[in-house]
Design a protein around this ligand. Structure first.
Ligand code: CO
Length: 684
């Protein structure tokens, strides 16, 4: 308890008046992981955590979540920070409070199942670097995906927290799949695996207060390990859900400090602390310490992140979650994808198709990565299906799901959809029923050979193995082989002040910067601009990138090199016809491994329409990024063979040859961004 606290809050904080509770509610703080992941696109920097780290250590949290989920990806991809270094740095300031991370089971901190050797090495290194609590989840609640990591967590002497992803098929808990019995059985499974505690992970904020009461009570009656509730605020129910969970005897609740709370994040800590004072669940936390941390965050830290906050809505509650059970992150992905396709007017159809696709794909919970898998397939169905054919364009990830590569779905996948998805699937047309990682070959040795010389230690090697394209780029920057782009550097309070200054000048009519006729300019990831709105006017201020959800590119094991035959460069533009008049960017060789983000070519790629005239074109049905070409120039192809794999909305789409023939041109390279309608290849 701080001196400060005693002076100002004597009634609340005097030991005499506030006896220690019989069973204090334990709190895991999520501000430094889920908090900024939910509100600020995971862009929180380590340097902005340090000013509050020591005081946070004094609060008395059961654990602080500081890592995992999207942090590993975002840090190396966008912030030029070594994810491993963050744990070590924060550990120097936070000496008492255990660190917690979110581990996506066999997906680790990525978006696919990795081989067992990678999974084990990752957990070992995370433990060595200072991780204490491993909150482990699987999107399908298939705990065979914990079999590789759980024993390593235990053997490192760390806390294995098993998650149950909370999902619904009706407005309230029940129905035929996600029943009370389902959750109790899952909890028992976790205890049998050696879970030290159980977390109910309500990622979309779907849990209603009275369902929480019934669920937590049932779990407390059936298992002996502590129960932790993680419920996002998104729908607005979570504070009520929290209170009912406390009444039902929940052991640990997840909250955020106020500046990181609400919207798609979590309920705030402080109201819960105040609500429980004087009860037998009193947290014992000093409200003045919390207030002082909040003040620092509010004044010195959050101004640097405010521009990332989704300010398109006034309301802090997302009603769509209640209507359509579409988690916030998933919804913004769907909207972005439809907007890219000029099809935003079809969002209603997407909402209608989504429950149907989810059901056909085994009624799976919607959480990373299944939310993207179901969401993207739904968009594909709405945009490309015809009245007589559904699932016309099936993503690679849906094929993997149908094969069993993510695990066992809650109910069997629709037989017809499964058969269609697995037709010609490269691992085989018969789905597997074993633990998914059993069909995966070890990956570390191959990765080591590929990245030789650039990965200095095991942490580097794991980073590269998980994210071959962006990981390699990061290592090149880390070891000074590539410059750090301006867009990755942090902004300072000075930058923020400069922005405020511009607003002031604008208000005084002293500003002559570009006025955009009252129309909002398009936001891009690359521009590092602030759009400063003053009354009805908009000023573009070049300071930092504007918003955007973390781009999760599907980094395939790195054979994503362009199919250029030695000495015979692939014609980038124009195919077999003479190249168009000199365009600087067009004559450069295809980049070997362009950033997996929406890196746009220096000059917009001209559509090689001329080439299309000489053969059958393979066109991009949607904007996206070329992952790889499956064929080389000169290869013979049959109609339906996969020519190119295009990533759109984080999912891969195999584009087939429209006719028999020979590949006469491949117009782009791996990593290139393409627009809808671009000719990607030509078959002569
Ligand atoms: Co969460």
């Amino acid at each position: 308890m701080s001196e400060h606290g005693r002076i100002n809050m004597c009634e609340i904080n005097c030991e005499k008046e506030r006896p220690k509770a019989k069973k204090p509610l334990l709190i895991e703080d999520l501000s430094l992981r889920d908090g900024h992941q939910s509100l600020f696109a995971t862009r929180g920097r380590t340097e902005d955590m340090i000013p509050v780290a020591e005081r946070m250590d004094e609060v008395g949290f059961w654990a602080m979540e500081v890592w995992g989920g999207a942090t590993f990806d975002t840090m190396h991809r966008f912030l030029n920070e070594d994810p491993w270094e963050r744990i070590r740095t924060l550990k120097r300031y936070v000496k008492k409070t255990p660190f917690s991370m979110l581990l996506r089971g066999q997906n680790l901190v990525g978006y696919r199942n990795y081989a067992d050797d990678v999974a084990k090495a990752f957990v070992n290194r995370a433990a060595d670097n200072g991780m204490d609590v491993f909150r482990t989840f699987d999107a399908l609640n298939d705990y065979r995906n914990f079999e590789a990591v759980a024993p390593v967590i235990k053997s490192c002497g760390k806390h294995f927290q098993g998650c149950i992803c909370y999902s619904l098929t009706e407005p309230r808990m029940g129905g035929t799949v996600y029943t009370l019995e389902y959750y109790v059985n899952k909890a028992k499974e976790l205890v049998d695996m050696g879970a030290d505690s159980i977390c109910v992970k309500d990622m979309a904020g779907l849990m209603a207060p009275y369902d929480a009461y019934a669920l937590i009570k049932a779990l407390k009656e059936n298992v002996d390990v502590p129960i932790n509730l993680h419920s996002h605020f998104t729908s607005g129910m979570a504070p009520m859900t929290h209170l009912k969970a406390v009444e039902a005897g929940v052991d640990i609740l997840d909250t955020c400090l106020t500046p990181y709370a609400y919207r798609t994040s979590h309920p705030a800590l402080e109201p819960m602390v105040m609500s429980l004072i004087g009860t037998d669940r009193d947290t014992g936390f000093d409200i003045e310490t919390l207030a002082s941390i909040n003040e620092t965050l509010e004044k010195e830290i959050l101004p640097k992140y405010r521009h990332l906050l989704d300010d398109t809505k006034v309301s802090v509650i997302d009603i769509n979650v209640l209507l359509h059970q579409t988690p916030g992150g998933m919804l913004s992905n769907l909207v972005n994808q439809l907007r890219d396709m000029d099809a935003l007017d079809r969002i209603g159809e997407v909402y209608k198709e989504l429950p149907r696709v989810r059901k056909e794909l085994g009624q799976i919970p919607l959480v990373t990565p299944t939310s993207q898998i179901v969401g993207t397939q739904t968009v594909n169905n709405v945009l490309f299906d015809t009245p007589d054919e559904r699932y016309k364009m099936i993503t690679a990830q849906v094929k993997d799901l149908c094969y069993g590569l993510y695990g066992k779905t809650a109910v069997p996948i629709d037989a017809e959809v499964q058969k269609k998805a697995l037709k010609g699937y490269d691992r085989g047309e018969e789905p597997i029923s074993c633990r998914p990682a059993e069909v995966l070959k070890p990956e570390l040795e191959a990765a080591k050979a590929e990245i030789k010389g650039l990965a200095v230690d095991e942490d580097d090697l794991i980073l590269y193995t998980l994210f071959p394209v962006t990981g390699k780029k990061f290592l090149q920057r880390k070891y000074g082989k590539e410059a750090v782009p301006e867009s990755m550097k942090s902004i300072t309070l000075d930058d923020v002040e400069r922005q405020a200054d511009i607003i002031k000048k604008a208000k005084a009519g002293e500003l002559v910067e570009s006025k955009l006729n009252g129309e909002s300019p398009e936001k891009t990831e690359c521009l590092r601009t602030f759009n400063v709105f003053v009354d009805d006017e908009c000023f573009e201020v070049g300071v930092d990138e504007v918003g955007g959800a973390p781009v999760i590119a599907y980094a395939q094991p790195a054979q994503a090199a362009p199919p250029a035959a030695p000495g015979q460069p692939v014609p980038l533009q124009g195919g077999t016809v003479p190249p168009p008049p000199p365009a600087p960017a067009a004559s450069a060789p295809a980049p070997k491994a362009a950033p997996a983000t929406a890196a746009k070519p220096a000059a917009p790629a001209a559509k090689p329409a001329a080439a299309a005239a000489t053969g059958a074109p393979v066109t991009a049905p949607m904007p996206g990024m070329i992952i790889k070409y499956e064929k080389n120039v000169g290869d013979a192809v049959k109609k339906g063979d996969t020519v190119v794999v295009l990533e759109a909305m984080k999912m891969e789409n195999a584009l087939p040859a429209p006719a028999d023939g020979e590949i006469t041109a491949l117009n782009f390279g791996s990593g290139d961004s393409v627009s809808k309608g671009d000719v990607l290849a030509v078959i002569g």
